[in-house]
Design a protein around this ligand. Structure first.
Ligand code: NAD
Ligand code: MG
Length: 385
């Protein structure tokens, strides 16, 4: 029996995680749930999974939730304190980190420090603080299981192999909704266009990241930390069908890949039950029903965010945290209709050019770099909080 905390239970990954959990009541118990604003869904989850502890964004939301619950209520907390309490709950032995953005960093770090294994969806944690997080993982002797489908594929493709025999990691990217759009069209892309992802149904922020290909850039940095491989040996192939979830090339020329129907319940189930497998609810893959599997080189002229992520990783130190913060503000501004689609990468590049990277020795210093990146991005974009 695994006792789970799910951080971000009302999001796309959170909901898929609870679908896997619901299918295996003999294997999982939900100890704690945290959510942002969707109290209605959280209430349904509380009724279905009966956690001991829940946390929401604010004191006001905690009050509203408490009033709407009847019968035996869980402990209701809020804010960062609530997130940390959920992440470190004594009974929990695995934390699913599925909050979006750098907001996931503090509770994920707290979970590791409390000795919990982590199923990591929140890639921004490794992008902003990879060196600190991986050290904590080693020091605490906990396991960090990737939920990101590409990293789960790499993890599976590495099983039984020696790390020193790896030549390259090849992450696949769908290319998003704008794969074949020209630069002029991209300048006029609307929020609706960007949210129309061809293969995956996800939260808004990551869907826009997929459209700019910043998502793949974040994933390159995530892979760099998870697998301790320099970014020069992490390649990206655009693979519009999203069937090959990623690959590992070995020094003898062999390439191992993991394939499946694109559905996050697959990687989530694997992270929750490693090294065993359970029925995840993912449909069986019928390769004969596909018209083909294609692979292309990414175009960093139309998708400069991918180039920026490699540059940020090469600059190192505080640069990836600043890049990530600038991206969060630019995506938020795009979603609010304040800036155009191509302005997202332009703003990130300007913020990076204004930043001199410095070493980050603690999570607090990472958060300081994150705040600098957010402030500078708002200035560059001329938007207020
Ligand atoms: P989402 O927007 O659907 O859900 C995010 C969750 O986090 C929600 O429960 C929300 O209430 C909560 N949240 C948001 N801001 C918060 C804050 N400041 N404090 C506390 N809680 C907050 O996002 P998602 O698509 O589920 O993605 C979650 C994470 O998983 C992201 O880091 C994303 O990059 C990663 N990921 C997602 C997918 C996917 O298929 N959705 C795939 C791979 C990786
Ligand atoms: Mg991914």
């Amino acid at each position: 029996m695994k006792n789970l905390t799910i951080l971000g239970s009302t999001g796309s990954i959170g909901v898929s995680t609870l679908e896997v959990v619901a299918a295996h009541p003999d294997k999982f118990r939900v100890v704690a749930l945290t959510a942002g604003s969707n109290l209605e869904l959280l209430q349904q989850q509380i009724e279905a999974f009966k956690p001991d502890l829940v946390s929401v964004l604010t004191a006001e939301k905690a009050k509203t939730l408490s009033r709407s619950l009847s019968g035996k209520k869980p402990q209701i907390m809020y804010g960062v304190e609530g997130l940390i309490a959920a992440a470190t709950a004594a009974e929990s032995n695995m934390v699913v980190a599925a909050i979006v953005g750098a907001a996931g960093l503090i509770p994920t770090a707290a979970a590791i420090m409390a000795g919990k294994d982590v199923a990591l969806a929140n890639k921004e944690t490794l992008v902003t603080a990879g060196h600190l997080i991986m050290k904590m993982v080693r020091d605490k002797g906990v396991r960090l299981y990737p939920v990101d489908s590409e990293h789960c594929a790499v993890f599976q493709s590495m099983a039984g192999h020696r790390c020193e025999d790896i030549a390259r990691v090849i992450l696949t990217a769908s290319g998003g909704p704008f794969l074949h759009w020209g630069l002029e069209q991209l300048r006029n892309a609307t929020v609706t266009d960007a949210l129309n992802h061809p293969n995956w149904s996800m939260g808004k922020k990551i869907t826009v990241d997929s459209a700019t290909m910043m998502n793949k850039g974040l994933e390159v940095i995530e892979a760099r930390w998870l697998f301790d491989i320099p970014v020069e040996r992490i390649a990206v192939n655009v693979h519009p069908q999203s069937i090959v979830h990623s690959m590992v090339e070995y020094i003898d020329g062999s390439v191992m890949a993991q394939l499946g129907v694109p559905d996050m319940k697959g990687p989530i189930a694997y992270a929750l039950t490693y090294p065993c497998r359970v029925a995840s609810g993912v449909k069986a893959l019928d390769l004969t029903a596909l018209s083909g599997l294609t692979f292309l080189k990414p175009d960093t002229d139309r998708f400069p965010a991918l180039r920026l992520a490699y540059e940020a990783s090469n600059a190192g130190e505080s640069m990836p945290a600043v890049m990530n913060a600038a991206n969060e503000i630019a995506v938020e501004s795009f979603l609010a209709g304040k800036i155009g689609f191509m302005a997202i990468a332009e703003a990130i590049e300007k913020v990076m050019n204004l930043h001199t990277p410095h070493a980050l020795h603690s999570i607090e210093e990472v958060l300081e770099a994150d705040r600098w990146g957010r402030r500078t991005a708002r200035e560059v974009l001329g938007v207020s909080e």
